[in-house]
Design a protein around this ligand. Structure first.
Ligand code: TRP
Length: 332
């Protein structure tokens, strides 16, 4: 039997190059070898966007368009809208008994997000426990492989702990997942400050038009001490080189450019022009597919409905086993 993949994204905005490098690319490659479920995690999105349900709703379609435009094939990969599978919320409730509040507070990704969002003691309880709902997402589909960026490692670690505890207490019902990290797990933002983030103002979106991409690249952070072309520049930690590494198909040429940049004699503007061309070749076909799909949103919605129904069938089967293992009255 084929192994199962479960991954997903929060529909808080369109997806960007960081998503592509960190997870979309490997999902597209793996979809033919694994039973693949891709979750549009609108319930998780609500954990820190409770005041903006309409925004989340709108972005379900945007994220679906991004998925299809980069090459997820609905004939082999099932796109599931999280809120259409209430079994996930039910499983979350059972899992919450297997996790301590102290453990939740130690999740490094949640801690970092809380810092970024300025939550202190006012963190919504739903946000603090979203790793538990993510464990429900993964286990409801009995996924053994989770292809994500390295920021999601702590979620899968917590999932493994929950699975072990559940199976030890109630019997071997759930599958332990493992992370599949992509080679370029983390793409820096255009500001060079940290990773690319939807709401950090440092992202290049898969749906950005040509002129926007060019403007963002021209404004990118490079080596601040590299003021004139003749001066030697630093390649390490320079986001322009990080993007070339990730997207330029001519690795030998990128290595030559890096040597010239280090030695002095290659200006930032020339380097950025190359990156603009490289990104344009990568994004143009994605943009064209996205535009064509966006012309028929009802077809995309139909596809999401069908995927969500298929996903629900799988989750419902797992929940049936879970309820039985928990001796819940309904199954006696
Ligand atoms: N936490 C992921 C993100 O922020 C989204 C997500 C929800 C997810 N459920 C998942 C990822 C299950 C992998 C598996 O992008």
């Amino acid at each position: 039997m084929r192994k199962t993949i479960l991954t997903g994204d929060r529909p808080t905005g369109p997806l960007h190059l960081g998503h592509y490098v960190g997870s979309l690319k490997s999902r597209v490659e793996l979809q033919h070898d694994y039973a693949t479920y891709v979750l549009i995690a609108d319930l998780q999105a609500l954990t820190d966007h409770a005041e903006q349900p309409a925004l989340i709703r709108r972005n379900i379609l945007e994220v679906a368009l991004d998925y299809l435009a980069v090459g997820l094939d609905p004939a082999v990969a099932t796109l599931v809208v999280q809120s259409g599978v209430p079994e996930l919320a039910e499983l979350t409730v059972y899992f919450l008994n297997l996790v301590s509040v102290a453990r939740l507070g130690r999740n490094p990704t949640v801690k970092e997000e809380m810092r970024q969002k300025g939550f202190d003691a006012d963190v919504p309880a739903g946000f603090l426990v979203y790793p538990v709902s993510q464990a429900a997402d993964i286990t409801a589909f009995k996924a053994s492989v989770v292809p994500v960026g390295d920021d999601q490692l702590p979620m899968v670690e917590q999932t493994v702990e929950i699975v072990r505890r559940f199976n030890r207490l109630y019997g071997p019902v759930l599958v332990e997942p493992a992370v599949l990290l992509s080679r370029h797990a983390r793409l820096p933002g255009t500001d060079g400050l940290g990773k690319m983030g939807k709401s950090l103002g440092n992202a290049i979106f898969l749906s950005d038009p040509t002129d926007v991409v060019a403007r963002k690249v021209m404004g990118m952070y490079t080596d601040p001490t590299h003021v004139r072309a003749e001066q030697p520049g630093t390649v390490e930690g320079n986001p322009v080189f990080a993007y070339l590494d990730a997207f330029d198909p001519d690795a030998a040429e990128v290595a030559r450019l890096a040597d010239r940049y280090r030695a002095g004699g290659l200006g930032d503007v020339a380097l950025k022009r190359r990156l603009i061309d490289v990104l344009e070749s990568f994004l143009a076909p994605i943009r064209a597919r996205r535009l064509a799909l966006a012309g028929d949103p009802t077809a995309v919605v139909r596809l999401l409905k069908a995927g969500t129904e298929r996903g629900r069938t799988v989750a419902a089967a797992t929940l049936h086993e879970v309820r039985r293992a928990l001796h819940l009255a309904e199954t006696v």
